[in-house]
Design a protein around this ligand. Structure first.
Ligand code: ZN
Length: 400
């Protein structure tokens, strides 16, 4: 089924395309989730809020959504962080997993319905690695199993880079790898890490196979949307595509690759060393979810976003002002069609590659100058009922 009107920017083709799901009325989407080593920060929140909007909008258009987000609970950074916190790995993971679920709820993410720890999929990871070995896409060296990227003609397509260009950014430096771009599927575990049994000895799954294990188990060999932040394109998503297409023999593994931009804090990169990590739990305590969602959705999703507390305050004030004006709009002559037009105009903007900034602007105009925005007389109740409906798509209570 082709949905009249909805177009999305697909990173794989580097162009805007009509949205056409693979399974008619059902849309399957996978979003790369967090590594559970710290509390959720505002950069993560931006990504999850955006895909939550995608999910809510598609559901509103009548699609049944099957969406999965993974939680990386096997990673070297977790081993190191739990050591420096002086907590066992198990307790450490449990603490941050719970905190993550709570923050996800706190920021109103309800469209991403499955939240899966990757450690539940170790069996599938091993099955996929065995299959890749059997098919000649993987080999053993340096006590690890590597994916042979020379067998993958499309490696680099998503990043729009040649193998030579990618070679300037080599990762995973092992002396016996066949090609500089090869990445590990199974490897030696870092010191202090729990070890997992496998047919190739005790070890640890590579990062990329963790995601294809979750995604292929839950969404099948081919699905509609893969999301995440831009920085995940290489090596993570190139590797996911190489693995999945080698395993399944189906191309493209994912139809639409959609990305969110970077978040900086007052113009600076957010990092532990800068000491400017901005946690969602603190924002929720002081402001609640609505101003944060509005802030995120008021920036074009592919653009970089600069976050600061003044900006958050401004969103909170603007929302308060809007609710206040809405409560005091003069009664006007009734015209149900006005409210319908508002909802239609809103849908059209979200159909335009999820143009939430313009959709929000439309809502503001509807409150400030209802006659103009709605092209006709409306009552308070008409505007309110339209905005109630739009609030549930945005995940923001515009009406108060
Ligand atoms: Zn991922």
């Amino acid at each position: 089924m082709e949905l009249a009107g909805l177009t999305v920017f697909n990173e794989l083709s580097n162009s805007r395309e009509p949205f056409k799901p693979l399974r008619g009325k059902e849309v399957r989407m996978f979003v790369c989730g967090p590594t559970v080593q710290d509390y959720m920060h505002v950069g993560h929140a931006r990504t999850y809020i955006f895909y939550d909007l995608v999910s809510r909008h598609l559901a509103h258009l009548g699609f049944s959504m099957k969406t999965v987000i993974n939680m990386t609970d096997i990673d070297e950074s977790i081993v190191r962080a739990s050591e420096s916190a002086g907590v066992s790995i198990g307790d450490f993971i449990e603490r941050y997993m719970l905190a993550y679920r709570k923050d996800m709820e706190g920021i109103g993410v309800k469209g991403l319905y499955r939240f899966e720890p990757v450690s539940n999929y170790l069996g599938e990871m091993k099955r996929q690695i065995s299959e890749l070995l059997k098919r000649g896409f993987a080999y053993q060296a340096d006590g690890c199993i590597f994916f042979d990227t020379s067998k993958s003609p499309h490696f680099g397509d998503l990043a729009h880079m040649s193998r030579q260009e990618l070679s300037l950014r080599p990762l995973e430096l092992y002396p016996d790898k066949r090609n500089i771009l090869d990445f590990s599927l199974w490897r030696k575990a870092p010191d202090g890490a729990p070890l997992f049994d496998s047919p190739w000895g005790k070890g640890w799954p590579g990062w990329h196979i963790q995601d294809t294990a979750v995604a292929i188990s839950e969404l099948g060999m081919q699905y509609d949307i893969h999301g995440g932040a831009y920085e995940l394109i290489y090596p993570h998503h190139e590797a996911e595509i190489a693995q999945a297409e080698a395993l399944n023999g189906v191309r493209p593994y994912v139809r639409y690759w959609i990305y969110t931009g970077l978040v900086t804090i007052s113009g600076r990169k957010m990092s532990k060393s800068e000491g400017n990590t901005t946690y969602v739990r603190d924002i929720l305590k002081d402001y609640g979810s609505d101003p944060l969602r509005l802030y995120v959705l008021s920036v074009p999703y592919r653009a970089d976003m600069d976050f600061d507390t003044d900006g958050l305050k401004a969103q909170a004030d603007a929302l308060g002002g809007m609710r206040d004006r809405l409560a005091h709009i003069d009664e006007r002559k009734a015209s149900r069609s006005g409210a319908r037009r508002l909802a239609e105009a809103f849908d059209e903007l979200l159909n335009d590659d999820f143009n939430a900034p313009a959709a929000l602007e439309l809502c503001r105009r509807a409150v400030d100058r209802p006659e103009e925005a709605l092209q006709g007389g409306v009552t308070i109740e008409d505007v309110k009922s339209a905005l109630y409906g739009l609030s549930s798509i945005l995940g923001v209570d515009l009406v108060g």
